[in-house]
Design a protein around this ligand. Structure first.
Ligand code: DUC
Ligand code: ZN
Length: 457
């Protein structure tokens, strides 16, 4: 048994000073003061915050993109996550052309055999639609994959007709989907134009050809399709005020639309695409980084409950891989690492700077994703009977982000040199301490998460 004493336990509504007793993999008691059972390990959390283990519902490990593969696989990606306070991830399984959904999911299970240092589940990406795939959606749910993903851009995109069919089928089964919302036609036309002259060699062409209007238009269309299907939906990686306006309009119509954003859209902006030489390629991701003004809009939307979750979209490539696009901005593999800094950045830039409360941080990193992705109350809350997934955070700790201490295999840290207030001292996964001071001390303890249907709130 383990007894965590004197810490502040954090919940979305209010925090409380209490002791927490762990028996094996579960939290077995929470009370203002607990006498230590004989032989129990004592952990003093005086002055520290105790959060439920964080959930990252948006990762891309071992993913093939633009002729290359992410440098983090499940082994290194989940180690980076655990080091940063994440105890559950949900990655995107994808069926490649000609594969069934079941084959696609089998492939992702094989990828996870690389070893996981936090618990893991999958969403299933739908890139095609026919009678067989429609039938297989039920198989996915039976295998614990209760949320899906569709793209409105990239070669994995589906058209409006397919989106509506997917949404209607998911409604029938009580499941839901996230969507990457960007207007593909608008982006293709702009990319063609920029690639026709010397702008082809400029990294900044990346963000200039993916304007906020492309994202907002696609969010609006997705929401209207969901309106017709009468299906609750998720917009993943919301980046901008225009996109938020579309979500607000859908909610005004009475729809349930959940919004996710990512730390990169909260602390980085499009001026990063003007960094010298090829350094700006580090920040190529889609949708791209937006304006500084958008950051404050997104922070406020988190504080006001308009954005429900903050995930990473961890999708890491080395600089050598990014150089695949040295001559042509369209060939730069999109994505950046963020697993180990997500919680620390949200605490430092959000809580410590007074933009959000620690209770809101708990909500968007733990409780909301647990509910939305069918893991609650096993995950996402400090409660008797829940998994003993915990993060002990020192609000007075200080740390500087640097690649030399990074767990991810990526050879750069997007936030290199950023000084963070608040450090993640210890991370427990189902009762075992798996990480300490940013290092993983116990590897490969992750288990597959067979998820329930989403809970709409
Ligand atoms: N965006 C990225 O930048 N990378 C991977 C997938 C995505 O949607
Ligand atoms: Zn993504």
């Amino acid at each position: 048994m383990k007894l965590i004493r004197n810490g502040i336990l954090v919940y979305p509504k209010e925090s409380l000073k209490a002791d927490l007793l762990i028996d094996g993999e579960k939290i077995c008691r929470i009370a203002p003061s607990i006498d230590a059972p004989e032989g129990c390990e004592l952990i003093d959390a005086a002055g520290k915050l105790v959060f439920p283990g964080f959930i990252d519902a948006h990762t891309h490990f071992d993913l093939h993109v633009a002729g290359t593969v992410t440098v983090d696989d499940f082994a290194s990606g989940t180690m980076a996550e655990a080091a940063g306070g994440t105890t559950s991830i949900i990655d995107f399984a994808t069926a490649y052309p000609g594969e069934s959904l079941n084959e696609g999911l089998d492939n992702w299970f094989r990828k996870a055999e690389a070893g996981c240092s936090c618990d893991y589940g999958f969403h299933q990406t739908i890139t095609d639609w026919n009678g067989e795939i429609c039938a297989e959606v039920r198989d996915m749910i039976e295998r614990g994959v209760t949320t899906f993903k569709i793209y409105m851009t990239y070669d994995t995109r589906v058209d409006d007709c397919t989106i509506l069919k997917v949404l209607k089928r998911l409604k029938e089964l009580g499941a839901t989907t996230g969507c990457h919302c960007e207007n593909s036609g608008m982006i293709d036309a702009l990319r063609e134009e920029y690639a026709a002259d010397d702008r082809i060699r400029k990294v900044s062409s990346h963000y200039l050809t993916r304007p906020a209007a492309a994202e907002a238009e696609a969010i609006g269309r997705y929401c209207h399709l969901a309106e017709v299907a009468e299906e609750p939906v998720i917009d993943v990686h919301l980046t901008c005020a225009e996109g938020l306006e579309e979500i607000r309009a859908a909610r005004k119509r009475g729809q349930k639309v959940y919004a996710e954003t990512c730390p990169q859209y909260l602390v980085m902006d499009d001026s990063f695409y003007e960094k010298p030489h090829f350094e700006s390629a580090k920040y190529v991701c889609a949708p791209p980084l937006r304006k500084k003004e958008d950051q404050e809009v997104l922070w406020k939307a988190i504080a006001d409950g308009e954005i429900q979750t903050v995930s990473t979209d961890h999708c890491s490539f080395t600089m050598e891989q990014k150089e695949l696009g040295y001559e042509d901005f369209r060939k730069i593999p999109g994505g950046m690492p963020g697993a180990e800094t997500r919680a620390a950045v949200i605490y430092s830039e959000g809580v410590a700077k007074g933009r959000i409360t620690k209770e809101k941080m708990c909500e968007v990193l733990a409780e909301n994703p647990a509910r939305l992705y069918g893991l609650y109350p096993r995950k996402g809350v400090l409660a008797e009977g829940s998994d003993a997934d915990l993060v002990i955070l020192d609000p007075a700790g200080k740390k500087t982000v640097t690649v030399s201490e990074q767990v991810s295999r990526c050879d750069y840290a997007p936030l290199e040199g950023m000084e963070l207030t608040g450090t993640i001292d210890a991370v427990y996964l189902r009762g075992e301490k798996v990480a300490e001071n940013g290092r993983v001390i116990l590897e490969n303890r992750g288990q597959y998460l067979k998820r329930n249907l989403p809970e709409y709130f």
